[in-house]
Write a protein that binds this ligand. Structure first.
Ligand SMILES: Cc1cc2nc3c(=O)[nH]c(=O)nc-3n(C[C@H](O)[C@H](O)[C@H](O)COP(=O)(O)OP(=O)(O)OC[C@H]3O[C@@H](n4cnc5c(N)ncnc54)[C@H](O)[C@@H]3O)c2cc1C
Length: 410
């Protein structure tokens, strides 16, 4: 699919001899807080996303398809297990993990979601809730991206209320667990290798996590969710578990209640904040370029005050989100990240993202609703970021409970 921005540029270059500032969504130079090695990795990820993903992603988005052709080159980046230490994982600080997620989403929020589900939710569950033996067995192959994972918590009838209401059940029979239920919206599920399935133990009513091998477990089936209007590149599945027999060795040995599930979500919600910020950066940079090139009334639209107002508001949202996340990354690296910290950033950054992408789309006028111009993809994808991994309301209820001392969930 042709990039419309470069088409506009060619036709207008002759009228713009003066070089214009290149789009830069790191206005406060936060990348300077990375060390040389970290910066080199972030640049490598940017180069991969710009050279390999950007040229083809609109077509995959329009077709509701995942770009499997990119996986061999993506593996070569060697970033599997970013943010996790040992077990063949890339490791690195939470700040580095965040910057990388932001870079992925700056070009495509679906691609960052695919990686976030695998690295954060699936590997993170084993890392935080698995036994030493389970970590040794699963994490190295997942870090090499030889086995891709997904995370099955949400159900058709239970979304926001997952903490207390899971209907998927697990019943122990000797050294085997029998799992029954359904999971909905599960990213990567239609094609990946293993699922972390959260189910309620019938014996003690507590939520427990199980590693279920998608392709070899009888009774496990997945149907791809069709007709999505956001994150269309991510393949989301509706999983059915019918008398699935899973060995006790595959029960996450350090996950004994929903509190242990929430530890995983704390880490990944914070990462959604970074992804949302990357989504804003992509939309803003596209809008800025377009405003420098698109002419109306004989002038570039970027020279109009009202367009500059939109651009300044976008940049303020991006910069506020980045600064918030940077501080949170330090808190996380110091072991001080709380559920309410993560919730505040997820809610705030995704809400700012909805504003930013809407203003970016506005800058494109009619072209803003055509997938070829990129901005429509960011616009639509922001809706999913706003609602997944806990809706905006859920994040604010977590913060509200922490600051008032009163739970207002029900
Ligand atoms: C693209 C995408 C990818 C996803 N990937 C995954 C995945 O990989 N794994 C996974 O397990 N899940 C995944 N999800 C599920 C996601 O986490 C849920 O959609 C989300 O938690 C909300 O649940 P729900 O859709 O059932 O909405 P509901 O819980 O039904 O909420 C509907 C509305 O009611 C509001 N609401 C609910 N309760 C309250 C209350 N007490 N007070 C005020 N308002 C309330 C909500 O905020 C929301 O606005 C994904 C979802 C999407 C869209």
């Amino acid at each position: 699919m042709a990039t419309a921005i470069s088409d506009v540029k060619q036709s207008k270059d002759a009228k713009q001899p003066k070089p214009l500032p290149a789009p830069n969504s790191d206005f406060y130079q936060l990348a300077e807080t990375l060390n040389a090695e970290e910066l080199a990795l972030v640049k490598q990820v940017r180069a991969f996303m710009e050279s390999k993903v950007a040229p083809i992603i609109n077509k995959y988005w329009a077709d509701d398809a995942f770009p499997f052709e990119l996986l061999p080159a993506f593996k070569e980046l060697n970033i599997g297990g970013l943010g996790l230490e040992g077990y063949g994982c890339k490791g690195g600080s939470q700040k580095l993990f965040g910057f990388v997620m932001m870079e992925l989403a700056r070009i495509d929020p679906s691609f960052s979601t695919f990686f976030g589900v695998h690295d954060g939710l699936a590997m993170g569950s084993i890392y935080l809730d698995g036994s030493e033996e389970q970590k040794q067995k699963w994490l190295p192959q997942m870090a090499r991206l030889e086995k891709i994972g997904c995370f099955g918590l949400t159900e058709p009838l239970v979304g926001s209320g997952a903490a207390g209401g899971l209907t998927t059940t697990a019943k122990r029979e000797g050294d085997t667990w029998v799992i029954n239920g359904e999971k909905r919206w599960i990213g990567n599920a239609p094609w990946c290798d293993l699922s972390i399935i959260w189910a309620r133990d019938l014996a003690d009513n507590q939520v427990k996590g199980f590693i279920v091998e998608n392709k070899t477990t009888p009774g496990f089936s997945v149907e791809k969710i069709e007709h999505k209007i956001a994150l269309k590149v991510v393949q989301n599945g509706h999983i059915t578990l019918k008398d699935c027999r899973v060995p006790e060795a595959n029960r996450l040995q350090a996950g004994n209640s929903f509190r242990d599930t929430a530890r995983v979500l704390r880490m990944t919600r914070f990462m959604v904040g970074w992804m949302a910020t990357g989504c804003q950066m992509g939309a803003y940079e596209n809008a800025l370029l377009y405003s420098q090139q698109r002419q109306q009334f004989g002038k570039p639209i970027g020279s109009f005050q009202l367009i500059q107002d939109l651009l300044a508001k976008m940049l303020a949202n991006i910069t506020a989100s980045q600064c918030m996340l940077l501080r949170l990354a330090d808190l996380d690296d110091e072991g001080k990240l709380t559920d309410q910290h993560a919730a505040l950033s997820k809610g705030f950054c995704t809400a700012r993202t909805r504003e930013t992408v809407a203003w970016a789309r506005e800058v494109f006028g009619g072209n803003g609703i055509v997938a070829d111009y990129n901005v429509a993809r960011f616009f639509a994808d922001s809706e999913a970021l706003y609602s997944y991994e806990g809706t905006y309301q859920m994040q604010n209820l977590i913060v509200g409970k922490a600051v008032t001392g009163f739970s207002a969930f029900v």
